[in-house]
Design a protein around this ligand. Structure first.
Ligand SMILES: Nc1nc2c(ncn2[C@@H]2O[C@H](COP(=O)(O)OP(=O)(O)OP(=O)(O)O)[C@@H](O)[C@H]2O)c(=O)[nH]1
Ligand SMILES: [Mg+2]
Ligand SMILES: [Zn+2]
Length: 322
């Protein structure tokens, strides 16, 4: 029996890399799932780090094996195997799939690298908020990466990302082309499971090519009329890093599909709301929207909480039908 990590899922089959003490050499097997694992693969809630009480109520129901899962498998020959057991997950990243069913995208993520460009395309703070909320919700460590930093002055960089720094998020200026900040990025990824995410055309694949020379991920030229970018990256897979650890390059997403949350859960994803909400608002059932005597709204009016972030909260709440 070997212990491995699922690098890629391809129509019911899984590419599993053996994890050995020595590390270095990448040995992969194409595995199927033992029959009864397919039918009844149920997680219980205790696996989630239930730091937020509200979150523990959400049951982890039936699920399939996903990229990032640690598994035990039996090798049937040098290249094939059968997965016998799925080991407990430390985290899970999902999206709202068809008919409201949650679809697990990746598991055991340690770090979410949210990539935006300083320009071409310009960063969209509303979209950044949504990625931050997704990361906060799953309690995954977050880092913002601002690529193409060679194209803007320091002042412009500060203007575009300052508000996120002030919230306590780390923002790393990087240039995949000029090889700025690549060493730091490599250190972030070392010995961990990370995922790169962000809009199309911001340079996620270019950055990973710089972090690991020889990788040759596809990168695309963006349409200069719209800066919408072509979706060059299609696959969802973990790439073993020479420095240890794994990283997933994900396709650019125009939209962030947030899971449906409760109001309490959504509020908890805005770290700066915590302090004003420590004291109860005038009404015990305050929704923090239109109610008089709302501590959150008062903090916004007093400039302690950014009006833009509050607006972002209202928009997300409305999208979720809260
Ligand atoms: N000026 C500049 N251009 C860059 C930099 N990094 C990437 N680019 C360009 O930006 C475009 C998009 O790069 P990709 O790496 O394909 O972007 P991506 O985020 O992987 O895009 P998707 O796979 O579509 O999500 C390409 O034309 C790159 O050459 C950079 O540091 N500076
Ligand atoms: Mg790409
Ligand atoms: Zn309130």
């Amino acid at each position: 029996m070997h212990e491995g990590i699922v690098l890629r899922a391809v129509s019911g089959q899984y590419i599993v890399q053996i994890i050995s003490e020595e590390g270095q050499e990448v040995v992969q097997h194409l595995c199927t799932l033992r029959g009864n694992l397919k039918k009844d693969f149920t997680y219980n809630t205790s696996l989630s780090v239930a730091r937020r009480v509200t979150k523990a109520k959400r049951p982890w129901t039936k699920d399939t094996v996903a990229v990032g899962d640690r598994v035990r498998f039996v090798a049937t020959d040098a290249e094939h195997g059968v997965i016998e057991e799925i080991l407990p997950r430390s985290s899970r990243f999902a999206r709202q799939g068809f008919r409201g069913k949650e679809q697990t995208l990746m598991t055991n993520l340690d770090l979410l690298v949210i990539v935006f460009a300083c320009t071409e395309p310009n960063p969209d703070p509303w979209l950044i908020d949504r990625w931050l909320v997704a990361g906060e919700y799953y309690e995954i460590e977050l880092v913002l990466v601002a690529n193409k930093c060679e194209l803007v002055s320091h002042t412009v960089f500060e203007e575009r990302f300052r508000e996120f720094k002030q919230l306590g998020y780390r923002v790393l200026p990087v240039s995949a082309h000029e090889k700025i900040g690549i060493e730091g990025l490599r250190e972030e990824l070392r010995d961990r499971i990370s995922a790169f995410t962000g809009p199309s055309g911001v340079g996620k694949s270019s950055m990973l090519n710089a972090v690991q020379p020889g990788l040759r991920l596809d990168t695309g030229e963006i349409g200069y009329t719209t800066f919408k970018g072509r979706h060059t990256t299609i696959m969802r897979e973990l790439i073993p890093l020479a420095t240890g650890g794994w990283v997933a390059d994900t396709p650019g997403l125009r939209k962030v599909e947030l899971l449906k949350m409760s109001r309490e859960e959504l509020l908890a994803c805005f770290p700066e709301f915590r302090s004003p909400l420590e004291e109860p608002c005038r009404f015990r059932d305050c929704k923090h929207m239109k109610e008089p005597g709302c501590n959150l709204k008062e903090a916004v009016e007093a400039g302690k909480v950014s009006a833009r972030r509050y607006q972002s909260f209202l928009q997300m709440a409305s999208d979720m039908g809260l």
